[in-house]
Write a protein that binds this ligand. Sequence first.
Ligand code: F0G
Length: 351
Amino acid sequence: LPGRPGIIAAYPNRIPVPDGAKVITLGEGNTPLLPAPHLSELTGCTVYLKVEGANPTGSFKDRGMTVAMTHALAQGLEAVICASTGNTSASAAAYATRAGLTCAVLVPRGKIALGKMAQAVVHGARILQIDGNFDDCLELAQKTAAEFPVGLVNSVNPVRLIGQKSAAWEICDVLGRAPDIHCLPVGNAGNITAYWRGYSEYAADGLVEGTPKMFGFQAAGSAPLVRGEPVSNPDTIATAIRVGNPASWAGAVAARDESGGLFDAATDEQILAAYRLLAVREGVFVEPSSATSVAGLLITHADGRLPAGSVVVCTVTGHGLKDPDTALSTMPEVEAIPVDASAVATALDLR
Ligand code: F0G
C-alpha cells in the first residue's frame, strides 16, 4: 500500500481485529530502513537502522497501540490504563484521544524524559506519578485493570505484540530477505518477543528463508536478562529501559535461544557514545535507550561476536526529541553575536 495507511490496513491478514471494528490509527508503521554507512564501515557489515522515531508519537509503541486501542473500543471500554517509562504513555494518550477513550498513565516519579511527559500532558491523559519504579507501576496498572472497568494497554495485553510484529515484516518486505542479525534495546522485553514472532511467522509462511539471530541489549545498571535474575533497583540514563523485572522475560529468552542470538549489557558511557555517533556520523537523532542497540552492535563487533559481512538491522526505538535534557546536557556555551554578516563570518572563520 502506498503512503502510511497504518499497520492494520497494511497487514490485514496478519493483524486480526474484531468484525466491524472501527480501526484507530494515526498512520503508524512503514518507517525508514535507513542504510548506515558509517556503522557499516566500522563493522565490515551491511548495517541498517529501523528508524522507529518516525512513528506518529515518535516511538515503536504506536504499532502495538493501534491494535490495542482498536480492540479496546470494539470491546466497549470507556477507559484505558498503562504503566510506562514514557513512550507507552505518550502513545496510549494519543491513540486514546483518537478513539475517544479516557486514558490514565502511571509513571515513575521523576524518571521519565521531558518530551514524553509533554505528550501525555497535551493529549489530556490523567497522569499519576508513582513513588516507585516502572515495575511497581506495571503491577499497579495490572491490579487496577483486574479490579476495575479499565483496559490495560501495556504489552502484557497480547494484541500489543501482534502489532509490534509488523516492524519485522516491513524489514523483510523491504530487504526481500531476513537480516542475518537483528539488534534491539531491551527493557520490558515485549519488542524483542514481537520481532522474533514476526520473523518466525514470515519464515514459516515461506516469505523469507531463515530468521535473524536476535541480539538483545540492556543497560548495565538495569540488565536482569543478562544477569539471569530480576534487578530490584534498576538504574541507567536510558530511562526508557529502566526495567528490573521484564514482563516478557520468557519471550525474550525464547527469542535469544531459538534464534541462536545473545543478550549483553552496555554501560551508560557506551550508550551515550553510540547516541552521539548516531547523531554526528549518521544524522539520526534518537533517545539514549534507542542507542543501546548500536552500542551493542559495536560491543559485539569489538569482541568478535559479529561476523563480518553480515546484514544487520539495528532498531532505534524512539526519537531524540523525546529527551531534550540529555541532548542539551553536554551543550557548550552558545556564542552571541551582533546582527552583522562580518561578525558571522568572523565567528565561523570564513574568509
Ligand atoms: N526503547 C524505547 C525508546 C522504549 O521506550 C522501550 C520501552 C524500549 C526500547 C524497550 O522495549 O520494553 O519492549 O523491551 N519502553 C516502555 C515504556 C517500557 O513504558 O514506554 P521493550
